[in-house]
Write a protein that binds this ligand. Structure first.
Ligand code: C6P
Length: 421
């Protein structure tokens, strides 16, 4: 039998799996959805799974002693196993269901950081991090007396590895780094960073929000200690995400949220904790969302994550070529070979918010703003940028529509420029 990776990618057939993509917007414009880095669209199988859960066996998990509760719990734990296999984690108990990447990273910063960091310890970050992988570390540093240090970036938006040894030292306790920048698209060399972090006795906490949906993630092969990602960027529902943590790390950490399900025993004045993952899943977890995330994982694995990565890369190369032709265009980040399929850009004389507004009128959905990376935009001397982010359901025709809409937007602004007297 052919592996999915050997079969050519049929984008038109894939698009039919996503009902939202065939709709027409204002002025009968077809939707050109280029904002997958913000949230991905959902295939019908994921939507169907949510409906199936609600219609057939909705019931709280791990609590019921009835058939519906058993079914829902079985589905939830099956989804956890799918995540384990997706990430190549050693054990299913290393997979914690959370509300999303932000929650996962907060669990690490609070549960590990506040417990183990001491005054003078260093947490190593860098300017391309999303606020979700910066601000929790600022809080952890503030409450423990640890210090936040930054790896500099090269002028083309990569981590400056030549300077890493100066920053990654015996004082470093944890390296917090994104596997793929949500603005620059930069793909960071996680396996190498993990190796170098471990060599000085530090841990590595990886933000996989942008990388997990677009390629292979192998937490053991890459030497990752903690990894966070969101279901809604992986073609699954909102409200669910994942924290992967090596078992002994999760066991040693404090819980972040407290309440039902995360306890072993509760006394009047004290409590003891359940084993991971329950220890980090206080209250009712987003069980239907988690189950449907399992369906989303089945879906992307059916397409093949290597094929997805290859198709998206090819499309990204095309998009870079086409956008670079536009006068006044600056695409942020490194060369396309070093990037995921994310194109953030600025255009001379055209503010990103005006641009996204005009593009929207043509049915082209991009994102504009600082994309939750203010330190990065400060470094670039920008207050905002426009961003087109691609997925395996996008096409060359859509890239052409983006380019045509940008050219039309430029004309609108040229017309508004006052003529010289
Ligand atoms: N980025 C965007 O770029 P949540 O909101 O918890 O699902 O994900 C947060 C997050 C963390 N890390 C990275 C690298 C991310 O890209 C994101 C989310 C979105 O459009 C929203 S700012």
């Amino acid at each position: 039998m052919n592996s999915p990776d050997a079969i050519p990618f049929d984008v038109e057939s894939v698009r039919r799996d996503f009902p939202i993509l065939s709709q027409r917007l204002m002025h009968d414009r077809p939707l050109v959805y280029l904002d997958t880095a913000a949230t991905s669209q959902k295939p019908q199988v994921v939507i169907d799974k949510v409906v199936e859960c609600f219609q057939q066996y909705n019931s709280n998990v791990h609590r019921g002693i009835h058939q519906l509760g058993d079914r829902m719990t079985t589905e939830l734990e099956a989804a956890r196993e799918k995540v384990q296999l997706l990430l190549n984690a050693a054990e299913v108990d290393e997979i914690v269901f959370t509300a999303g990447t932000t929650m996962s990273l907060n669990i690490v910063a609070h549960g590990w950081g506040r417990k183990f960091l001491k005054p003078g310890d260093e947490i190593l970050v860098n300017p391309m991090e999303h606020h979700a992988n910066l601000v929790p570390w600022q809080l952890a540093a503030k409450s423990t007396g640890a210090v936040l240090k930054y790896i500099p970036l090269t002028s083309d938006g990569q981590l400056d590895l030549a300077q890493l040894d100066q920053h990654l030292t015996r004082r470093t306790r944890l390296l917090a780094v994104t596997a793929m920048s949500n603005v620059l698209g930069t793909i960071n060399p996680i396996a190498e960073l993990a190796r170098r972090a471990h060599a000085v006795g530090a841990l590595i906490c990886v933000d996989g929000a942008q990388s997990v949906p677009h390629g292979i993630t192998d937490v053991r092969g890459m030497g990752i200690d903690f990894l966070a990602f969101s279901g809604h960027k992986l073609y699954g529902p909102t409200g669910v995400g994942v924290l992967y943590g090596r078992k002994e790390l999760l066991e040693g950490m404090d819980p972040f949220l407290a309440g039902g399900h995360m306890i072993r025993e509760v006394f009047e004045q004290t409590s003891t904790w359940a084993d991971p993952p329950a220890k980090f899943e206080a209250g009712t977890c987003p069980f239907i969302e988690a189950v449907a995330l399992g369906t989303a994982i089945d879906y992307v694995q059916g397409l093949g994550l290597e094929r997805i990565a290859a198709y998206e890369h090819e499309l990204s190369v095309y998009a870079h070529q086409q956008l670079q032709e536009i006068a006044g265009m600056t695409i942020l980040g490194p060369a396309v070979e070093k990037k995921g399929a994310i194109l953030s850009f600025v255009i001379d004389g055209l503010h990103s918010h005006d641009l996204s507004d005009l593009l929207d009128r043509e049915g082209v959905a991009i994102r504009a703003g600082h994309h939750c990376t203010m330190p990065l935009h400060d470094l670039l001397g920008l207050t905002s940028s426009a961003r087109a982010s691609l997925a395996f359901y996008n096409t060359r025709t859509e890239v052409d529509q983006l380019v045509a809409a940008i050219l039309a937007a430029k004309k609108v602004f040229q017309r508004r420029t006052p003529r010289p007297a």
